[in-house]
Design a protein around this ligand. Sequence first.
Ligand SMILES: NC(=O)c1ccc[n+]([C@@H]2O[C@H](COP(=O)([O-])OP(=O)(O)OC[C@H]3O[C@@H](n4cnc5c(N)ncnc54)[C@H](OP(=O)(O)O)[C@@H]3O)[C@@H](O)[C@H]2O)c1
Length: 253
Amino acid sequence: MTELVLRRLLPQPGTVTAIEALEGLALAKMAAEQRPYLVLNMVATADGAAAVDHRTAPISNPADRQVFHELRTHVDAVMVGAGTVCTERYGRLVRDPQRRARRVARGLAPDPLAIVVSGRLTLTADLPLLADPHSRVIVVTASAAELAGCAADVSYLRPAPGEEINLPEMLIRLRTEHNVRSVLCEGGPQLNASLLPAGLVDELFLSIAPALAGSAGSLSIVDRAPLAEPIGLDLVWLLEAQGQLFARYALRR
Ligand SMILES: NC(=O)c1ccc[n+]([C@@H]2O[C@H](COP(=O)([O-])OP(=O)(O)OC[C@H]3O[C@@H](n4cnc5c(N)ncnc54)[C@H](OP(=O)(O)O)[C@@H]3O)[C@@H](O)[C@H]2O)c1
């Protein structure tokens, strides 16, 4: 695969590939004892649309896809909401053997754990991720039901019977019961709306497409969020390729 070159605009101007930009992230080292270090990776248009026709593909580009997939090589687990995993038809998270080799070289399992949040367990076993025998999946759900006929190794993380999912508690359990130190959350907007106000997001990787979507893209990266006040962000770096901007922000506490 040809590694594309991105311009680094901040902090030190230069050129980097996605691999070089992300090398040394060491997210697991930043985990607290009680919960994983959690980074969010999202894409939006310049006017803030998180999807066009319910998909992210129209606002992505080849460099965006390389950053997206390279981020998956740095974490114990990739977390995603049921809406996204179904709409975007998630399959095996790291398909490229070279990316799996980079994970192993960093002391990680070849394939990241997939964590799917689905309150009502609306998933079906024909989802490519669940049909993949290489994938390990933890479904965070309040449902007592189980998915039948999955080829993936599927287990469940549930609140007490009759209770709703409490994401802070679930992240503590992922850390303490499953040794998950770093999580890459890939959305979607509804899951983000629970994670952000609860203070569970440490960093935001935001890819900004050089496009306007207008009312076609009324979904923002944080949907229906009861944010009492804006959450401040500190810019860590800014990269650019083919007009797409790649910002890395640390969330202010
Ligand atoms: N721009 C981007 O970077 C980006 C990233 C991801 C997705 N998207 C787009 O976003 C759209 C999907 O949006 P979405 O908001 O529906 O996605 P989502 O957050 O992935 O999925 C929502 C579903 O996840 C479960 N869920 C999320 N938070 C929960 C909580 N706190 N407790 C219990 N269950 C929870 C629920 O599943 P149940 O219904 O099973 O209970 C809920 O219906 C798609 O069009 C996709 O393309 C964009």
